[in-house]
Design a protein around this ligand. Structure first.
Ligand SMILES: NC(=O)c1ccc[n+]([C@@H]2O[C@H](COP(=O)([O-])OP(=O)(O)OC[C@H]3O[C@@H](n4cnc5c(N)ncnc54)[C@H](OP(=O)(O)O)[C@@H]3O)[C@@H](O)[C@H]2O)c1
Length: 386
């Protein structure tokens, strides 16, 4: 009798697992039909799409780790293959080169990128230079830009990059940056604004404007910068991108007090919150302008973003992650695709793996999904009227 029940239970579980895998497979196939030059395996990640926003019983930082681990396992199995590390890396990086080479007709167009001098931002900058853009980089620290520009300029002429100092933890610095940009270029002349700069799990710090530093860097200042530069962006062909993150799938309730709240060792809740806010604010901003607005997740990319998250820096794990995680150039695939593609795509949408993704339904202060309340509160925090 026991054996009968056991074999029936095992068969039932196997059947359910098989059905689930079959449905992932069907979803992935359906996604493949309209996908733009990306690998078939990418579709599986989207089909599985780990939306944990409704799992309110689980702490946010644990959900952030689970999403990170699932994405990394996915890259290992579906993108890298166990023994094909270098070939998939080359394939993905070649995709970026092909994309850039197919869109070199941007001579004279202006792109602005924050944090375009390191990590994924640097790779986006290189791609845009290759595509003919003049790139204005908002650089965090006032360093000698000459060496950096010289390194960048190997293949382009020296008047194609401009660096302007920008500290996103200070609204005053954002305003200074905007004034300097406005002094250099005419209205409606910006083709691209890429809000790439960000920090993750930074030690707790309150900024001089009175907000937690990740919230100010990752969503308050980028919204201030974008709103201030809107009149300088081409209303017909202009695009604005915001770096978000798949950690937005851990957040269910956007409590408007979070940017004022302190934390101890765990800064991941504030990070996920800031990235969820920016993706939701993008949906609202897109309704107010003809300029195309997008948020995106670049993938799990090995950069110094992880330098303050201990688990990624443990000796053995660090070597493993260096091997598995995407390279910064691979991380530039989705943002460069959004920047360079001439097709008109849904403004206000969130992208990952070169595809539009579904955003989770979030509450604002525990009440109905009312993104306008989040927008109004953000405007008040950054000192703008609407
Ligand atoms: N890497 C990933 O797996 C991943 C995943 C999801 C989302 N993202 C997002 O992608 C974006 C780029 O990340 P990354 O991985 O390339 O990280 P990164 O290598 O650490 O680059 C971040 C950039 O932001 C700049 N920055 C930081 N604080 C700033 C401030 N207060 N003012 C102005 N600039 C500031 C940094 O400048 P300094 O170097 O001078 O400080 C750096 O250039 C971030 O928004 C990140 O949240 C990354």
């Amino acid at each position: 009798m026991f054996l009968l029940v056991l074999s029936f239970s095992i068969s039932l579980v196997a059947f359910v697992v098989f059905q689930k895998l079959q449905s992932f497979h069907d979803d992935a196939k359906a996604l493949e039909r309209d996908r733009f030059k990306a690998s078939y395996a990418d579709c599986y990640l989207e089909a599985v799409n780990l939306d944990m926003s409704q799992w309110i019983w689980l702490p946010t930082f644990l959900k952030v780790y689970i999403i990170g681990v699932v994405e990394t396992i996915y890259i290992t199995l579906c993108q890298r293959g166990l023994f094909e590390w270098s070939s998939t890396l080359t394939k993905n990086e070649n995709y970026v080169d092909t994309l850039v080479n197919e869109h070199t007709d941007n001579e004279g167009s202006i792109a602005i990128i924050t944090g375009g001098d390191s990590g994924i931002g640097l790779e986006i900058t290189k791609g845009l230079l290759g595509a003919g853009f003049h790139v204005i980089i908002g650089t965090h620290f006032e360093k000698s830009h000459e060496g950096f520009i010289n390194a960048l300029q190997k293949n382009v002429t020296s008047d194609k990059v401009t660096c302007i100092q920008l500290d996103l933890t200070r609204f005053e610095s954002v305003q200074n940056f905007v004034q300097q940009v406005q002094a250099k270029i005419p209205k409606k002349s910006i083709q691209l604004l890429i809000n790439n700069a960000g920090i993750m799990n930074a030690p707790y710090k309150m900024t001089e404007d009175g907000f937690e530093s990740q919230c100010q860097t990752n969503f308050l200042s980028p919204i201030l910068l974008t709103r201030s530069l809107l009149p300088y962006i081409s209303p017909k062909t202009g695009k604005v991108l915001f770096a978000s993150s798949s950690t937005l799938y851990t957040v269910n309730d956007l409590n408007l007090n979070v940017p004022l709240q302190k934390y101890g060792l765990n800064g991941l809740d504030h990070y996920a919150y800031s990235k969820a806010c920016i993706a939701q604010l993008v949906t609202h901003l897109a309704k107010t302008t003809s300029i195309k607005i997008y948020s995106y997740h670049p993938g799990t990319v090995r950069t110094k973003l992880f330098s303050t998250t201990a688990v990624f820096n443990l000796p053995f794990i660090s070597i493993l992650f260096n091997h598995i995680m995407l390279s910064p150039k691979e991380g530039s695939r989705t943002p460069l695709f959004l920047c360079l593609s001439k097709d008109s795509r849904d403004s206000g949408s969130y992208w990952a793996n070169g595809r539009k993704q579904k955003l989770p339904i979030v509450l604002i202060n525990g009440k109905d999904r009312n993104i306008e309340a989040l927008w109004k509160d953000t405007m008040a925090k950054i000192g703008l009227k609407k």
